[in-house]
Design a protein around this ligand. Structure first.
Ligand code: HAM
Length: 424
């Protein structure tokens, strides 16, 4: 028996309706906010991620699926989608047509992480990027989009954490102070944080280690090192969120795991998830275009949701009843009636009615049993009388009523009793 790779998972037919519900909601809300979908390749040149995510991040250091292809190029399965989107915007010159881009994406990502509940090696993200504005109004708009999705999905228990890590100059100053502070306690820090002190001191703030937390408690606060631009941007963003009645929890220690952020960062967390409680996150990345060698500065902000984590929340809430349109089943008692069955099935399916019939020469009784198993709405019965008189008998399974009609009248009855539903 060959099993799936650790940290990957089959999405089985019974789980699909919930995926469809989530995907449909994401598409709908994206259009409401004027965002257009972009699809980029699942793998990229490794350089795309090295330039953007940061050489000292967990993702680049230990989580990327990187390999040499047969031509000797270093290729990486995408561990996130912001960098590929920026690469695509530059390569396709999208900013030449529109200086403000509203883009969304959806698809599988790959990170070699230790699998656990809510943490997979292949997982899915929906994300949105608002590219071309440095204004706090853009920060607010992206958070409003995220919030609208959370609400429409019916996620009840969650919080929105908000922070700013300032612009590059402020952050540089802050980093220096952090190094000075943490060096004093280097011997008491966890191994991981000691390592981060050398390479990426800001990430120490993310530590969950008890001893680290004691030391972090009194460390310098980032806001004390903000310059005018950083303060103004952050304050205005908070004002705009308040104006829109968005509740957020200001979290000075929120730094996120990717190096491209500047100013606003945020995260959505839910207590329904357990240890991996973050189901979405994002922030501003005003310097990423320059990292890619783009000649102009292009300020941008975006976020991504983890779809598997959203599904875990929805499943634990038991709140979603996603109904698929029920079938009509055509039952017939002789194989030679099949032409009539095909004719009816063609007509029904053309009119968007999901239709099933037997393909295994089962008895009429066994066909009725199948119809029951599938929870169908109607059974059309074609027996000897129906064939002779060119009629159909319809059994309404919900009402337990049975009537015989002319073919046209019968089909009309069925069509009229299905609700118009775009998912049919
Ligand atoms: P991220 O925080 O690395 O951000 O990922 C966003 C979300 O993806 C997480 O909150 C989580 O729900 C989900 N996720 C991450 N890793 C896993 C995993 N191993 N298994 C299951 N779910 C996972 C980004 O990726 C940024 N590109 C977001 C962004 C867009 N920033 C600006 N624009």
């Amino acid at each position: 028996m060959v099993n799936a790779v650790r940290g990957t998972k089959d999405i089985l037919p019974e789980e699909i309706p919930l995926w469809y519900f989530v995907e449909k909601t994401l598409r709908q809300v994206s259009s409401l906010f004027g965002f257009k979908e972009i699809r980029t390749p699942i793998f990229e040149k490794t350089e795309v991620f090295l330039r953007s995510i940061g050489a000292e991040t967990d993702i680049v250091n230990k989580e990327m699926y990187t390999f040499f292809d047969r031509g000797g190029d270093s290729i990486t399965l995408r561990p996130e989608m912001t960098a590929p989107v920026v690469r695509a915007v530059i390569q396709n010159n999208l900013l030449a047509y529109d200086s403000l881009l509203r883009l969304w994406y959806y698809g599988p990502l790959f990170r070699y992480e230790r699998p656990q509940k809510g943490r997979l090696r292949q997982f899915h993200q929906y994300g949105a990027e608002l590219i071309g504005s440095s204004e706090p109004e853009a920060d607010a708009e992206i958070i409003l989009l995220a919030k609208e999705i959370v609400e429409r999905l019916g996620i009840a228990e969650y919080k929105l954490l908000l922070n700013s890590i300032g612009n590059k100059a402020s952050r540089q100053q802050y980093k220096q102070q952090l190094i000075l502070y943490f060096e004093k306690y280097a011997d008491c820090l966890s191994n991981e944080s000691r390592e981060r002190l050398k390479k990426n001191p800001l990430r120490i703030l993310d530590s969950k280690d008890e001893r680290d937390l004691e030391i972090i408690k009194n460390c310098p606060k980032i806001y004390d090192y903000f310059d005018k631009e950083s303060i103004e941007h952050y304050n205005r963003t908070k004002e705009l969120l308040a104006l829109n009645n968005i509740n957020f929890q200001e979290t000075p220690l929120l730094v996120r795991g990717l190096d491209y952020y500047t100013h606003t960062v945020f995260e959505f967390q839910s207590p329904l998830l357990g240890a991996q409680d973050s189901f979405g996150g994002g922030g501003r990345y005003n310097e990423l275009f320059s990292e890619f060698g783009f000649k102009k500065e292009v300020p941008a902000i975006g976020f991504a949701f983890g779809i598997e984590r959203i599904l875990l929340i929805l499943e634990s809430q038991h709140s979603i009843s996603y109904e698929e349109s029920p079938y009509t089943y055509i039952a017939y008692n002789k194989p030679e009636f099949l032409p009539r069955v095909y004719e009816l099935a063609r007509l029904l399916r053309k009119n968007n009615i999901p239709t099933l019939f037997d393909m295994q020469k089962k008895s009429l009784k066994a066909q009725m049993k199948d119809a029951n198993k599938y929870g169908v709405k109607f059974v059309i019965i074609i027996g000897d009388d129906e064939m002779k008189n060119n009629t159909i008998t319809i059994k309404d399974m919900e009402k337990s009523l049975q009537n015989t009609y002319t073919s046209e009248k019968g089909i009309e009855t069925i069509l009229n009793s299905y609700l118009p539903n775009e998912d049919n």
